[in-house]
Design a protein around this ligand. Sequence first.
Ligand code: MN
Length: 233
Amino acid sequence: MRPVDRNLVEDLVAANRILASRGILDGFGHVSVRQAERPDRFLMARSMAPALVTADDIVEHDLDGRAVASGISTYLERFIHCEIYRARPDVHAIVHSHSPALIAFGVVESTPLRAVCHTAAFLGTCTPVFEIREAAGPATDMLIRSPELGRALTQSLGSSPLVLMRGHGSTVVGANLPQVVYRAIYAELNARLQSEAMRSGAVTYLTEDEARLAAETNDGAIGRSWELWRRAI
Ligand code: MN
């Protein structure tokens, strides 16, 4: 592997462990970060459980999904990361997870996931859902295991921060690791809150203006959460 930014590697290891410790990632799922000085390359762990990732496990990938060092086993669904980085220059970090409360919103067409709480304001008023059957027909193993499926997922994501994947999980994007970790944690929390609230009665959601203004405020304070989470692992 070429020399890479050691601080970025340490932050990526921390992101893996934070997300695992909070139940967003388990044995599966992955988090990646784009390299500032080489935007066509990103860093991600080799194929392994996120809670066990150390700096030695971080591998440089190109946008075709190849590990730059040979002989390393990489995640099957690495094309999620490749194709989003290719299409979205604003994205510098990505989390793909199977966090459970979000999955419920990918399977009920009539109920979009949307912000019920100011901490998850980045979700706005509607969240896109990726239907793999539209891209690959009715008989897949549900995984994003090719560049074509990565591109179809990226198309569903559009300019949103998060795309739900029907019957599978979700993918969330951000401008940096602290922001994407924050979004992965608070999207799952919002899904739990929204489900609970819907069981109790008609829900009052954040409006578009409330969501936009609260998201701006939160973005200025994400460092506080990141410091706390880094310290706690
Ligand atoms: Mn998956």
